[in-house]
Design a protein around this ligand. Sequence first.
Ligand code: NAP
Length: 472
Amino acid sequence: MSSSSPTSALKIAVIGSGPSAFYTSLDLLKTNNPQLEIDMFERNPCPFGLVRFGVAPDHPEVKTCQQRFKDTSEDERFKFFGNVNIGTDLKLQELVENYNIVVYAYGSGSENKLGIPGEDHPAVINSKDFVGWYNGDPAYKNLNVPLHKVKNVTIVGNGNVAIDIVRILLASPDSHWSKTDITSEALETLKKSTVENVCVSARRGFLDSKFTNKEFKELLEMEKEGIMFKGWSADHFQTFASKIKLGRIEKRRLQLAQKYSDGGQKVSGKSWELEYLQTPVEFIGDTSDPILLKETVFQQNSAIMNNDNKIEIVPTETLTCKKNELVILSIGYKGEPLQEFENLGIPFDSKRGKIPNIDGKIMREDGSFVTGAYCVGWIANGSTGNINSSVQSSAVVAATIMDDVEADGSLLDYKEGRNKIEQLLSERNIKNISWDDWLKIEQAEIKRGEAQGKIADKITDYEEMLDIAKRS
Ligand code: NAP
């Protein structure tokens, strides 16, 4: 028999503190259930995940969602536990035992790989590391990017992360970046940068570009700042329209490229280009400088129309070499299972790097659901979608949770929740960061930023964050 009653408390643990974790919490708190308790666990001393460590510093408007997340923290039913690593500081089993529901919202922690020779060369950098470095993720603060030695950078993959990186590499550190919250270290490195050209390379064709038109247009418009798109000749554009019927988004993308193309002329100053239908097969190091590449070998691909009238990409025998001293792999991210998943019977799709689920409800291979286990965000859907799209998907997951709680009384069985967890942390002498602690760190960052004329100067050292949190 279930030990629940209509007034039983619903105790929820959320692992992760990025946008999906917060939007799901916000939606759950909207239910006005006074018996609800949401505890959010974050391994970093600071919250916000991708909003803090992923969004480009020149897109502060995207980060305004942090204000909404602060509203969550003001709700007494919500508690933030920063600097708590699930798996080491607390076992996942302890969360499963002490909460009615566990929401997995810890994102995609590792990156896709190409699996080709030279991928481990120091001049082949993953976008995750690079983005984390300029956004102040302490894990990447020592990434020494030798931009002062580089003229040509190739970015493999053409999603919006690649577009962000083009802006980072080419926009002026003084007029474009200096007032943003880009880290001081990254700003200094950009000031010494000798990068002149960035090539964004993709395995498929222009119409399959992964970047969105908004981000494409923003970058094209940076010609006002002297950042030129190399573009193509008029003949090149003829090849598109004749082949397939274009949708609205594709037409717009083509119009934008046409408008800003310089006819394939050589441009002076800083420039960027888009290259298509090529797959990297080897990165070749520079024998005279071990931290640089000499070139990248690409296999050329061909786009053919298959029997279903769909475009198919097939490799050809042709190999080409592109001179570039640095490559940034921007080919998407992959989630990893938590250590205890197997023991606790929580499934994981290793191929896709995500937790199998329906509307957030974690589903085993046999189609049954894991009771009280939900996932949201990139760990649920793969590394796709921006902050706005997480609003909608989080609302779906929150609604699924509330529907299940209503349908299954056993989900309200008594659990110890927060009291037990605080006791465990105290016994283990783990100094978790509360929301007030975090506000102290945030204030220190704003103050440091003010002194430099920046929105904020992010602290990139865990110990320093913990020291600030300890101050009264
Ligand atoms: P993405 O949009 O999925 O793009 C990944 C790119 O990598 C694609 O061009 C893909 O090519 C390529 N790729 C993957 N595997 C490859 C392989 N083995 N060999 C060669 N190329 C490969 O990922 P992302 O740029 O990391 O962005 C992640 C999500 O964050 C996206 O939804 C993005 O829109 C979002 N985001 C949004 C913003 C914004 O709104 N401003 C900013 C940053 C990120 P194929 O297309 O051929 O698979």
